[in-house]
Design a protein around this ligand. Structure first.
Ligand code: NAD
Length: 483
């Protein structure tokens, strides 16, 4: 049996102090252990925070272009290993190879992007009211950043938190999700090889209740950036801000696509189908509700049902249309929601069945599900399923569509399919979501623009990605200079 993989603390690969380990099994075949990891606890997290704290000043003093050069080299190392990282991601998280490859490429691009941002890192100079005086601003790192990430984008999300934090002179301690920690440890390996000084990057695999809470509670952690469920995110935010840490939590979604009477229905079916069932619905921005005008409703329901029926399901390594759920808990949760939807009286059009035959019987496979006649009072309409289950709701007009789309506690991503420019603008004005898309799926983001949600999808303190991430990981000093 291969040796358990170690955590990365203070520039070294180390075992968990307790000696505990955790197995990651293949979502497509739970009889196969893909990797075993040292399972860190409080003392391991404390050692990582201490190392980060000791190393951060010197890293902040390094000229920003030199930090950028290390990030650029990290991007190059990841690029060399793209194929190997893609396979690791698929084996641990389960998504089809083509999606995993896209995600690894995103991580590479993020490191290149923030390498250049480090060159740009500075401030502004302004005129002042007094003579021979100038006022300028400069951005300084926050200090030590605790990063807590989910399993569903196990390389892109760690990258989009680590790269801007490091570019701006912070040291980081990352706690990846236990279901798929391998890709985050690979980021640490690439940073180490690219020359990141000891202590600047630390990755500790462990539970939320030990490693996670050590990060939120430690006095030596200055900022906490969390991505995950709303339930955990709100707790993390409360714990982190208890001692005035800077904190952001990006959380769940219940993302709608509105299909108007002017929509091209075939196009709408493709947009909703990819948004709902791509990556097995396990995306925070996945389309989980289609809100459809009565004039095109029947045609849309028939089209999306056919789309779901036509998807091929299989192990991610075969690059199918749809892969498995990440683990038993997520798999059972999807099956529970299918039962709930049936009990609530939604019309079951297709899917939601456990795939229990042949090679797939040991994996967490469920056929993509479509329910129509879903109403806003149903749990299927309101709660995040985080699996391939689409709720379709019929509306009489565009106004009702917007009201119904906004009628949940979440507000991450929303889209409209329409051929009417006025409707497109009306949707952008009125959607209560951090991302608004016209004639596009709710999933898929650019890396250089802000990302975050409204309502319970975000603490709405800061956005992520682009320049917004630089804002989160820095504080502004205003300098008055009288010469
Ligand atoms: P989760 O909330 O269960 O876990 C997220 C992370 O928090 C994990 O690393 C977990 O170990 C850690 N954690 C758990 N309890 C903790 C505690 N008390 N203190 C500190 N850390 C703790 O989420 P998940 O199941 O890994 O991911 C799925 C969820 O993430 C979905 O709700 C999805 O919508 C959301 N998500 C949101 C975004 C976004 O950008 N808005 C992106 C991806 C996923």
């Amino acid at each position: 049996m291969p040796e358990p993989k170690q955590n990365y603390v203070n520039g070294e690969w180390v075992a968990a102090e307790s000696g505990d380990t955790v197995d990651v099994t293949n979502p497509a075949d739970n009889t196969e252990v893909v990797n075993t990891y040292h399972y860190g606890g409080e003392s391991d997290a404390e050692a990582a925070v201490e190392a980060a704290s000791a190393a951060q000043d010197a890293w902040a003093d390094m000229p920003a272009p030199d930090r950028g050069a290390i990030l650029r080299e990290t991007g190059a190392i990841l690029e060399e290993r793209k194929e190997e990282l893609t396979e690791l991601l698929t084996r641990e998280e389960g998504k089809p190879l083509s999606s995993a490859s896209g995600e690894v490429q995103r991580a590479i691009d993020i490191f290149y992007y923030y390498a250049e941002k480090a060159m740009d890192f500075g401030g502004t100079v302004k005129g002042a009211s007094g003579g021979r005086t100038s006022v300028s601003t400069r951005k300084e790192p926050v200090g030590v950043a605790g990063l807590i990430t989910p399993w569903n984008y196990p390389i892109a999300i760690p990258a989009w938190k680590m790269a801007p934090a490091l570019a701006t002179g912070n040291a980081v301690v990352l706690k990846p999700a236990t279901q798929a920690p391998g890709p985050a440890l690979e980021l640490a390996k690439a940073l180490d090889e690219a020359g990141a000084p000891d202590g600047i990057v630390n990755v500790v695999v462990g539970s939320g209740s030990s490693v996670g809470t050590t990060l939120t509670d430690s006095e030596d952690v200055d900022a906490v950036s969390f991505t995950g469920s709303t339930q955990v995110g709100l707790q993390v935010y409360d714990a982190a801000t208890d001692d005035t840490k800077r904190a952001q939590a990006e959380m769940g979604g219940k993302n709608p696509t509105i299909v108007t009477d002017s929509a091209d229905v075939d196009q709408a079916v493709d947009i909703v189908g990819v948004g709902a069932f791509g990556v097995t619905g396990q995306a925070c921005t996945a389309t989980s509700r289609a809100i459809v005008h009565t004039d095109v409703y029947d045609e849309f329901v028939a089209g999306i049902t056919e789309y779901a029926e036509s998807l091929d399901i299989g192990p991610g390594l075969d690059d199918p249309g749809m892969g498995p759920h990440v683990n038993e808990g997520e798999f059972e949760s999807t099956l529970d929601y299918v039962d709930i939807a049936k009990t609530e009286g939604a019309t079951h059009e297709f899917g939601g069945d456990r795939v229990d035959e042949g090679d797939l019987s040991d994996g967490y496979f469920v056929t993509p599900a479509v329910f129509s006649d879903v109403t806003p009072d149903m749990r299927l309409f309101q709660e995040e399923v985080f699996g391939p289950v689409l709720a379709v709701t019929e509306v009489e007009d565009f106004d009702e569509a917007i009201e119904v789309a906004n009628d949940t506690e979440y507000g991450l991503s929303a889209s409209v399919v329409t051929d009417d420019l006025a409707e497109a603008h009306e949707f952008i004005d009125r959607t209560e979501s951090g991302v608004a898309k016209v004639n596009e799926k709710t999933t898929g983001l650019e890396l250089h623009v802000p990302f975050g949600g409204y309502k319970q999808s975000s603490t709405n303190t800061f956005r992520e990605q682009g320049d917004a991430a630089i804002d989160f990981f820095t504080q502004t000093k205003t300098v008055y200079m009288n010469h």
